[in-house]
Write a protein that binds this ligand. Structure first.
Ligand SMILES: NC(=O)c1ccc[n+]([C@@H]2O[C@H](COP(=O)([O-])OP(=O)(O)OC[C@H]3O[C@@H](n4cnc5c(N)ncnc54)[C@H](O)[C@@H]3O)[C@@H](O)[C@H]2O)c1
Ligand SMILES: CC(C)=CCC/C(C)=C/C=C/C(C)=C/C=C/C(C)=C/C=C/C=C(C)/C=C/C=C(C)/C=C/C=C(\C)CCC=C(C)C
Length: 586
């Protein structure tokens, strides 16, 4: 099946603002969202969708960044892979959609993992496995915070410049600030000196420990801890601790006390090391290139409009393939789910209830679904904004805004934390001349949207947009209301529908204080030959994090398929099971 231009750009959200006179009159300059573009879908997507293979080494359910990285790595090692994606384009939450010459990123536009040095630049590395590379634009500022208590801080790419700005605000915490962020560097430096592969493959662990004993011991020191514990070891000022909470919340959607220190170390250091780099042409280019690279490998294919209904099992109870909703089946030695844990093992999940292993109860007891987001994708005319928009004049691409500390996590209806990205500040090719893309998102829960009749649903989206635009106009972007050309609002329902993620969730987060990353599931499951990849596995949310899960998954699958050397079979199995049992005790 070839994907038509229209299908490949199905609207993210179906909305008709003109049906709501209140909105039209509030925003006379706005017009309803533009029609889906008629431009051709990318070559990678057109080429994909060869006939389904009958049998492969590894079949992937979904084509998010976790799956694409793992598929690319396995393909480069000589395995045959088939990626089955239910939607019409690849990438999942790192996908894209187009309207009237604008190319919008579906998810966050702040991209880690595109550095040139070290080992933690996992997006650069994922593309390289299949001989691809993307041009990127370095972002001089990771994010500018606009927070209560007059905290207006830029996280500069240059580490010392960021510290100086923060210390200026909290001079009495000069030592504590440096100690906390230096602890993050210590984690990062330990990771960034070693090859990053599967932590459930003993041969790798032994080799990496032999080559980097001090770094491994340092990681073991931090792997069971959370960022909040380390921050409190060094910092006393409550407002500064709230700032650190926001630093964590802005990517982990939980405060520092629940954010694993390994992840904080990665994020708070890599932004100054590899830096934040925007892929020219949009975030969706990463998935497009990975698909193109996978398809160039012998015996490897990516299929769209291929929704998997269930995992297929053999007589011994081992996973042996995926069955699509239309009944077609792809058999495989390894089955890898990129769906969330709940979509894989939960009610009406890919694995029927009687086969769900006991160990999943442990996961559910520890992790909960994070909220979804209400995402506002807005096309903006630069000439009507009363603020300079170019990078040269000091406009930053990413902003976080909060008016009241009490509302970091809980506020609803667009009154809480606002995440704002304007990727056109870095890449003008995303929009027509003199136009900008504003992507504004705020945490939002399914219960706010579920069951609303059409008119109420649309009215709620419009109300959210109005609240958010009013806040942005007042504080950051005067003129925004009149500068809106068109807009598109996505709710938790939209995320559930188009990304297939339960309740539109951003992923699992600790439901209570846990020992850092120790209990986050790895890629193997307690079902033989069934693996998981993506943000439901170690180390969690984020593109670079899911790319790590992809590399780790590919490594373990390659070991199980006999493609890479392991310790002798029985020893490998014994040690792998021993490690997994030890983790279960934690
Ligand atoms: N700037 C950033 O850091 C950024 C940007 C975008 C996304 N992300 C991250 O990406 C993470 C998600 O990545 P991921 O790898 O977990 O995957 P994902 O959720 O993005 O993609 C999963 C894919 O699997 C498909 N799928 C689900 N069930 C299926 C089924 N039954 N049959 C066929 N296909 C199915 C979905 O359609 C989707 O395309 C999120 O945590 C988010 O933080 C980060
Ligand atoms: C041998 C022995 C004995 C031992 C051993 C030890 C070891 C080796 C260990 C190891 C470990 C490891 C390897 C680990 C790893 C890790 C990793 C890689 C991690 C990563 C992470 C990352 C992350 C977390 C990221 C994230 C990000 C994100 C989430 C982002 C987001 C964003 C957003 C949301 C945006 C915002 C926006 C605005 C502001 C606008």
């Amino acid at each position: 099946m070839v994907v038509s231009a229209f299908q490949a750009h199905v609207p993210l959200a179906h909305r008709h603002p003109s049906a709501h006179p209140s909105i039209s009159s509030l925003h006379p300059a706005r017009r309803p969202r533009a029609s889906a573009t008629q431009a051709s879908p990318p070559a990678s997507v057109q080429k994909a969708n060869a006939p389904l293979p009958q049998a492969v080494d590894a079949v992937f359910i979904g084509s998010g960044m976790g799956a694409l990285t793992a598929a690319a790595d396995l393909a480069s090692k000589g395995a045959s892979v088939a990626v089955l994606e239910s939607y019409l384009i690849p990438g999942g939450s790192s996908g894209w959609f187009e309207r009237d010459g604008f190319r919008f990123d579906v998810g966050a536009s702040m991209i880690f993992g595109f550095g040139e040095r070290g080992t933690t630049n996992l997006l650069t590395r994922a593309l390289a496995t299949v001989g691809k590379r993307l041009e990127t634009k370095p972002d001089p500022v990771q994010v500018r915070y606009h927070l209560p208590d007059g905290i207006d801080v830029k996280v500069h790419r240059e580490y010392e410049e960021f510290l100086a700005e923060l210390i200026k605000k909290f001079p009495h915490e000069k030592k504590g600030i440096r100690k906390f962020y230096d602890a993050c560097w210590s984690v990062f430096n330990s990771l960034n000196c070693m090859p990053l592969k599967s932590l459930e493959e003993p041969n790798y662990l032994l080799r990496v420990f032999a080559a980097h004993p001090i770094a491994c011991l340092n990681l073991l020191r931090f792997i069971g801890r959370n960022a909040g514990d380390i921050a409190r070891d060094h910092i006393k000022d409550e407002t500064l601790l709230k700032f650190i909470d926001m630093e964590c919340y802005s990517w982990s959607v939980v405060p520092a006390d629940l954010t694993p220190m390994i992840n904080a170390g990665m994020v708070f250091s890599d932004r100054h090391y590899g830096g934040i780099n925007y892929p020219i042409g949009g975030v969706g280019r990463i998935a497009e290139e990975l698909v193109a690279g996978i398809e160039e490998c012998d015996g490897c294919s990516v299929h769209f409009g291929a929704r998997v209904k269930k995992v297929v099992f053999d007589g011994a109870g081992a996973a042996c393939g995926g069955q699509l909703v239309d009944g077609r089946t792809v058999s495989a030695k390894a089955v890898i789910s990129n769906a969330t844990r709940w979509n894989t093992f939960g009610e009406k999940g890919l694995v029927e209830a009687e086969r769900v292993p006991q160990s999943e109860a442990r996961f559910r007891e520890r992790y909960v679904k994070s909220p979804s987001f209400c995402s506002m994708h807005i096309a903006v005319r630069e000439k009507d904004l009363k603020v300079a928009m170019s990078e040269e004049e000091g406009m930053d691409c990413h902003h976080i805004m909060l008016d009241d500390w009490g509302e970091i996590e809980t506020a609803r209806d667009g009154k809480g934390t606002l995440f704002i990205s304007i990727p056109t500040v870095l890449d003008k090719s995303l929009a027509p001349p003199d136009m900008h893309i504003f992507h504004v998102f705020t945490p939002s829960w399914m219960d706010e949207w579920n069951g609303l009749p059409y008119a109420e649903y649309q009215a709620k989206k419009d109300a959210m947009l109005n609240t958010v635009v009013a806040r942005l106009e007042k504080k950051l972007f005067p003129g925004l209301n009149d500068a809106i050309e068109f807009y598109e609002v996505g709710s938790a329902r939209t995320h559930r529908r188009y990304l297939g993620r339960v309740d539109g969730s951003y992923g699992p987060v600790a439901g209570k204080k846990l020992a850092g990353l120790m209990s986050m599931p790895f890629n193997r499951t307690d079902v033989d030959n069934l693996y998981c990849v993506g943000d439901s596995t170690f180390p969690g949310q984020g593109l670079n994090a899911t790319a790590f899960s992809g590399f780790a998954c590919a490594h373990r699958v390659a070991a199980d398929l006999g493609i890479i050397a392991t310790l002798p079979g029985p020893i490998d199995s014994f040690l792998t099971d021993l490690l997994s049992r030890q983790r279960l005790k934690l």
